[in-house]
Design a protein around this ligand. Structure first.
Ligand SMILES: O=C(O)c1ccc[n+]([C@@H]2O[C@H](COP(=O)([O-])O)[C@@H](O)[C@H]2O)c1
Ligand SMILES: Cc1cc2nc[nH]c2cc1C
Length: 350
């Protein structure tokens, strides 16, 4: 990525070690088997390091859903056509999506953003373009558009911080975005499209072969530079991926934990970490999406998913699904007696 004034403003500092040590000490004092809550304990320690406070709180949770269309859909890479993006985006406005319903149960507030749907929608608009161009024929976006998408994501993170949100969850809606995500991951990890591409929202075996070939063509035609994440995002990515990369960057800049969702969100996290590697400290994974190269991205980012449910719905659903687990771990962290407390109770008459 070129060194511009804007790039230099991605200021990310490290985790607060003192808060992490205090948090770890508290976990060790709690009257339970040592490391009994496993990686849920690590997650709370990580959040303490991000917040700079061992008194961890993630009561206010925001799911940011980036909605956008992808020009490559005209190549027949998805089982539905692009009009579905706008329909589902509008359903977000009415709370009628899987992510909205799950969020209602998990105490998460949902913020859908139209960053690039090809028609007018009913959700908050921060449109960089009316969809991207077909990457099989030329670059999906200009570098400026890719940069603007990232900045829209940073703005969304900033607005959430201003509203007092303590954890950000990433979600997206965009027909064709498993194709763009596969292309981005293929280039950034140096893998053949075959290794990272899955059936998305439900392609046939034949459709999958076509999708892999379209991705191969797009990469050959545009020759994105694997050393330049912005170039990769612009040429074979999408506005939703760019927006989510911005949310990851913004979360790290404003010291708010950001939860990764599925494959599209993982591709965005990869872009953000290639722009600024320190962003990785601020990312919590949620699940192992059944889609394509998810495990390769998780490995590259050094993240172990918490959930292995075979989910691949997108919208932020798996990030939301992780919230009750974190809330339960926090309940123990905050309220469980420590070993001393238990000893005192043991002397009470039965
Ligand atoms: O998150 C995932 O891993 C995931 C995997 C497969 C499909 N999706 C969702 O399905 C849509 C993209 O599927 P497709 O086949 O049109 O690329 C998009 O709106 C995503 O939210 C999401
Ligand atoms: C109906 C539908 C809902 C979705 N939500 C996320 N991706 C989606 C794809 C389809 C096709």
């Amino acid at each position: 990525m070129e060194k511009t004034e804007e790039n230099n403003s991605f200021k990310v500092t490290g985790l607060d070690q003192t808060s992490m040590e205090r948090c770890q000490r508290r976990w060790m004092q709690i009257a339970k088997p040592l490391y009994g809550l496993g990686r849920l304990e690590d997650a709370i320690i990580q959040i303490a390091g991000i917040m700079g406070n061992e008194k961890v709180s993630i009561d206010k949770k925001a799911l940011i859903v980036m909605c956008a269309d992808n020009g490559v859909v005209e190549e027949g890479v998805s089982q539905t056509d692009s009009s579905v993006t706008a329909v589902v985006t509008d359903n977000f406005a009415e709370g009628k999506t899987s992510a909205c319903l799950m969020s209602r149960r998990a105490g998460v507030d949902v913020f859908p953003i139209d960053i690039g749907v090809q028609t007018k929608t009913k959700v908050y608009e921060d449109k960089v373009a009316w969809g991207t161009r077909n990457m099989a024929k030329g670059p999906a976006m200009s570098k400026k558009e890719a940069q603007e998408a990232i900045h829209a994501g940073i703005r969304a993170a900033w607005r959430c911080r201003e509203l007092g949100y303590q954890i950000l969850l990433t979600g997206e809606m965009g027909i064709g975005n498993t194709t763009t995500s596969s292309a981005v991951v293929s280039v950034l990890l140096g893998k053949d499209p075959k290794e990272v591409t899955g059936k998305g929202a439900g392609l046939s075996d034949e459709g999958l072969l076509r999708k892999q070939q379209v991705i191969r063509t797009a990469i050959q035609r545009n020759r994105p530079d694997p050393q330049d994440p912005l170039d990769v995002l612009a040429k074979v990515g999408g506005l939703d991926i760019g927006g989510l990369a911005g949310v990851f960057l913004g979360g790290a800049m404003y010291r708010i934990p950001v939860v990764m969702d599925g494959f599209i969100s993982a591709a965005a996290a990869l872009v953000a970490c290639r722009i600024e590697p320190k962003v990785s400290d601020y990312i919590l994974p949620s699940h192992l999406s059944g889609e394509g190269g998810m495990s390769l991205v998780l490995k590259e980012l050094g993240k172990e998913p918490f959930l292995h449910c075979g989910m691949k719905l997108g919208e932020g659903t798996a990030a939301v699904a992780l919230m009750p687990l974190l809330d339960m771990a926090l309940e123990v962290y905050r309220h469980m007696p420590d070993f001393d407390g238990i000893q005192i109770e043991a002397y009470q008459p039965l």
